[in-house]
Each structure stands twice: as C-alpha cells, then as structure tokens.
Design a protein around this ligand. Structure first.
Ligand code: ATR
Length: 273
C-alpha cells in the first residue's frame, strides 16, 4: 500500500492523518498516512529513510519546512517563492519534488467563505514563514493593495521588497495603518502566547472580513477581539488546514478530493460542532 506521512515536532496532535484518511476513502485511493516526529537534528536522516523504504510522499510541518526546502531535489515555483516546503512527492523518475500548498489552501478557504480578493484592500499581520507562504497566492488574486504590518517592521519591509514584483504590496508599522481594509489576515503566532497583534480597534468595522490562520476548539484570541469590536465575518485556519491538505493530496494522487464534508467531520472530531 502506498505510504504517506507528516513530519513535525511535535506532531502527535496533527489532524493530517484524519484528513487524508477521509480523502482517501472519499476518492477510493488505497493509501496509508501516518505521523513521524524525529528529533530536530534527525529530520534529514528520517526523511531519507522514509523514501528509501518506499514512501511515496509526505507533508512537512513546524519546525521542518525551511529545512525541507534545502533537502529536496527540485522545487515547485510556489515553494521557491515561499522559501519553505510543506509537501514532498517522489516522482515516477525518482526525483523528490518539494511543493508548498499553504498559500493555495488559504486562498481556497477564503473563496469558499465568499471573500472577494480582487480589488480588495488586504492587511496581512506578521512577516514570518506563514506570511511569506501566503503572499504570492494572495497577490495572484489581484487585490488593489496588500499591506504587511509586523511587530519587527524591518521584516515586513524585507518581505514587501521581495514580493513587490508580483503586485501592489507595501509595509507599514502598526501605528501607520489607515483603514478601511476589506480583509485582515492574522499570520502571527501571537495567540500561541495568548497575545494579540497590536492592531488599533478603529480598523475593525462591520463589513470587514477577519481571518486567523490559527484555530482551536473555541474562538482564537484574535477572533474574539475582532468580534468584540464589531466584525461580523470571522474565519479561523481550520478550513485552510483542510484546503492545503486537499492540494497536497491532488499533487500526490492526481485527483482532487472534496473538502466540505471533511471539514465538517474534522469540526465534529474537534468538538467545534
Ligand atoms: P510562522 O512560521 O508561523 O510565521 P514565525 O516565522 O516565527 O512563525 O513568525 C511569527 C510571526 O508572528 C512574526 O511575524 C512575529 O513578529 P516578529 O517578526 O516581530 O517576531 C509575529 N508575532 C509573534 N508574537 C507576536 C506578538 N505577541 N505580537 C505581534 N506579532 C507577533
């Protein structure tokens, strides 16, 4: 049976095996999908061993995405732009192809929620790996403006400079931000420390769409905060998780699974509904 898995550390709570097992059942593909949690300095060895022993493909999550970027034989254009790899496929001619499906997953999820990206003003909070992965796919949707704000402003400036050939992207400090924005995407890891990005409440209005790449059984701190300040459309990163997985599954198997039912089952599994 074709074998796939996700590499991460920690990875025990990953929902990827659940999601891919449902995709496989839905599309009648015979495969198994497991977990691997190598020590941080053992990833390269574990990756090689997995493919030497017949593995067909894998996902890569925190903290290995940047390292995976350096270990594959070939990169897809979107992985090269993202500077990180979250999906690896062993091709028929034995090449390890590194891809990145995170940004495509974000855009697919935004669209499935009916969010319009063309001609919109987008504010992206954070300038780490998650923001980098989102930039090219977001700019491909032709927003009128994409502003990056980050606690460490120089990192936002660097990202904007790196992606400005793809569209109207600029960097501003949190203090400089002037609305109205149509969509705010939180890519920061602030909520992991129970913190909020330092965004002025005045930037939130009833017609704004709020997206937090994080998710949990209850509202993230950022989503609660945005709701308190009047946002009516809020979305967390659970849909992005399922969509990036669907994109990876398509890369591996050449068949695109449906995501709606799988997202519903995942929510039930997490106790969200
Ligand atoms: P990831 O790969 O998830 O993007 P990362 O590369 O470590 O993780 O980036 C984390 C991002 O969250 C950074 O933009 C970070 O801001 P700094 O560049 O200033 O470190 C941002 N971040 C983390 N904690 C934050 C907080 N409490 N408030 C605002 N931004 C925060």
């Amino acid at each position: 049976m074709d074998r796939y898995l996700v590499f991460g550390h920690p990875v025990r709570h990953s929902k990827s095996p659940f999601i891919h097992t449902l995709f496989a059942r839905q599309t009648q593909q015979e495969l198994e999908y497991g977990l691997a949690e190598p020590a941080v300095d053992e990833f390269a060895h574990a990756l090689r061993t997995f493919f030497d022993q017949g593995g067909k493909g894998c996902n890569v999550t925190v903290p290995f995405k940047e390292q995976a970027f350096t270990l594959v034989d070939r990169l897809s254009p979107r992985a090269r732009r993202a500077g990180a790899v979250n999906t690896i496929k062993l091709t028929d001619d034995g090449v390890l192809l590194g891809d990145n499906t995170d940004g495509a997953g974000l855009v697919a999820d935004l669209k499935s929620h009916g969010v319009t990206l063309a001609d919109s003003r987008i504010l992206l909070l954070g300038a780490g790996g998650a923001a980098r992965g989102a930039l090219a796919p977001l700019l491909a949707e032709l927003p009128s403006e994409l502003v990056i704000a980050n606690r460490t402003h120089t990192k936002a400036q660097q990202l904007a400079a790196e992606f400005c050939d793809l569209g109207p992207v600029t960097a501003q400090t949190y203090e400089q931000l002037a609305g109205p924005f149509d969509l705010v995407i939180n890519s920061t890891s602030a909520s992991l420390q129970g913190e909020l990005p330092p965004l002025a409440p005045a930037l939130i209005h009833t017609d704004i769409a709020i997206y937090d790449m994080m998710y949990g059984a209850s509202d993230t701190a950022f989503i609660s905060w945005a709701k308190q300040h009047g946002a009516r459309q809020t979305m967390d990163g659970l849909g992005m998780l399922v969509e990036q997985a669907a994109e990876a599954f398509t890369v591996w198997r050449g068949i695109r699974p449906g995501t709606k039912q799988v997202l519903r089952e995942l929510k039930r599994n997490l106790g969200v509904i």
